[in-house]
Structures are given as structure tokens and as C-alpha cells.
Design a protein around this ligand. Structure first.
Ligand code: PAF
Length: 276
């Protein structure tokens, strides 16, 4: 695997291989099997696979969260090597941002619902960095996880509105054997908290099994009660929404997704399930 730290160096390398198709998986490191599934999918569909590791400061609302975000770079590199990743792009913050960048994009409501209510500005930071990374890597295919379903829609809307030349591929959530969605934040959970966190996937599955579009509000309320009943778990939201707009699902919705966020101890987790 080749590692590049500057935009210029990775661009020079990719420019030397213009005939090869490029797949790209942006990450913030602390890699788990969810990330590696993006790499594997990209490898099966492209000539070259690029992964970026960059803990993006502009998408953190809480400086303490940024500070404690895990950064196991050596272990990450070993995982990428064994997954067969071709290129790692791991820039410093100063390589990606000027001191005082203020620009933002108005992509409409999809940014402001759900996570947007609880993490204002978060998706502006995501769009800034994904835009900059796409500009550097210029991939044919962009691989992102279903785990942050709203993030996928936000980036998809940005790609549409700016007419960026990239195809987006959503890869399914990878779960531990007991159902816990893989997340870089899971390392912060104590053994007890980890067991308590299972209430997220259990509640999502319960709602999927009992879904009825005419009982949506009632089911959301029931799900919030199920989450809150677990000791040490503080639910932020549980919503059943149209998979394209993130507005409440209607009988006309062609895809429906249930999404939740909850604090387990001090760790904030998100999870979701596609109902159809
Ligand atoms: O999903 C993530 O890990 C990040 O939000 C992303 C897409 C790498 C942007 O920093």
C-alpha cells in the first residue's frame, strides 16, 4: 500500500495512471470491519482503491469528542494492508484547511432533520471535507456506509447539486454477532454499557417486525420507551421516515427507514434499519 500525506503527491500518482478506475472510501480511521467492507467492495469494482484517514475537526460539535476520538494509525494501516487497499491518503489538518474557512453549502432540509437537530453544523463539516477529498482523489465510485444513513443522503444531495462526477455506493451496516452496529466509538463502551447498547438494534428490529405505516407515531413512541427503559441509555430520537427525504414515511414512500440515536453512558451511538 502506498501512503500519501499531501494532496499534490497523491494527485501526481493518480495522474500517472489515468486509465485506471478509482474507488474511494473516506474514513476517520479507528477502522473496523464496517470500513473494511467498503474497501473490499471497492476492490471488487475498481482497479485502484483509495482510503483516506482524516479526523475532520469541522464535523465535531464537541471539542472533547474530537480530542478523544481514537487514532490508532499503525493498527489501521495494518488492517488496510491486509484488506488489499492500494492507497492511503492521510493528510494533516493544515493540508486540508486554511486557518479560517467559513464556506458552507445549502442543500436543503435533509441536513437539518434528525442528526442535524442534535448536531447542528455537523453535516456542513462532513460536506466540506468530502468535497475536498473528492476534489483530490477524483474517484469514479465513492463508498460510504449505511450506518450513517443521513450522511449518505447529505453527500448524495451535494453530489447532485454540484453535479460532481462520481457514483455513490451505499454499503450495508456491519454488526457484531450480538447485533451491535460496528462503530469506532464502541471502544469507549464499558462491558456493561456494551450490553446495554444492544437495546438499539433490538428496538430497531422490533419496529421493523411490527411496522405499519398507519401506526408510525405510536411505534416511534413505543420505541423511545423501549430505549429509555434500558438503564444508562438516554435516547435522543427514534424516527420512522421516508428513505429518500427523511420526512415521516407515508403510504407512498418507496423506501422506509427507522433511525435512532442514543447516549449509552457518555458515548453517543447511532443505528438504523431499512424497513423496505
Ligand atoms: O463517516 C465518516 O467517517 C466521516 O463522516 C467521513 C465521511 C469520513 C467524513 O469525515
Amino acid at each position: 500500500m502506498k501512503t500519501f500525506k499531501t494532496r499534490q503527491a497523491i494527485r501526481k500518482y493518480l495522474n500517472e495512471h489515468p486509465q485506471l478506475s478509482v474507488g474511494f472510501a473516506p474514513t476517520m480511521g479507528a477502522l473496523h470491519n464496517g470500513h473494511l467492507s467498503l474497501i473490499k467492495r471497492s476492490k471488487s469494482e475498481n482497479d485502484i482503491t483509495v482510503c483516506s484517514i482524516f479526523v475532520n475537526p469541522t464535523q465535531f460539535n464537541d471539542p472533547a469528542d474530537l480530542e478523544k476520538y481514537p487514532r490508532p494509525i499503525e493498527a489501521d494501516m495494518a488492517k488496510l494492508e491486509s484488506a488489499g487497499c492500494d492507497i492511503l491518503f492521510a493528510p494533516e489538518v493544515s493540508e486540508m484547511y486554511d486557518d479560517n474557512e467559513q464556506w458552507h453549502l445549502d442543500i436543503g432540509p435533509v441536513e437539518h432533520l434528525l442528526e442535524g437537530e442534535f448536531r447542528p453544523g455537523h453535516y456542513q463539516g462532513v460536506m466540506q471535507i468530502v468535497f475536498k477529498l473528492l476534489d483530490v482523489v477524483k474517484p469514479h465510485n465513492l463508498y460510504m456506509g449505511q450506518k450513517d444513513y443521513q450522511q449518505f443522503l447529505v453527500v448524495q444531495r451535494m453530489v447532485e447539486l454540484l453535479n460532481l462526477q462520481v457514483d455513490m455506493v451505499m454499503c450495508p451496516i456491519e454488526r457484531e454477532a450480538d447485533g451491535l452496529a460496528m462503530s469506532s466509538r464502541n471502544v469507549h463502551l464499558s462491558d456493561t454499557e456494551r450490553k446495554r447498547a444492544l437495546v438499539l438494534s433490538k428496538t430497531l428490529n422490533y419496529i421493523k417486525d411490527h411496522f405499519d405505516v398507519s401506526r408510525e407515531a405510536e411505534l416511534e413512541e413505543q420505541a423511545m420507551e423501549m430505549l429509555a427503559a434500558e438503564e444508562g441509555v438516554e435516547p435522543e430520537y427514534f424516527r420512522i421516515v421516508d428513505g429518500k427525504t427523511l420526512y415521516p414515511a407515508t403510504p407512498a414512500s418507496t423506501s422506509v427507514v427507522a433511525l435512532t440515536a442514543a447516549k449509552v453512558g457518555k458515548t453517543r451511538l447511532i443505528d438504523n434499519v431499512l424497513i423496505y
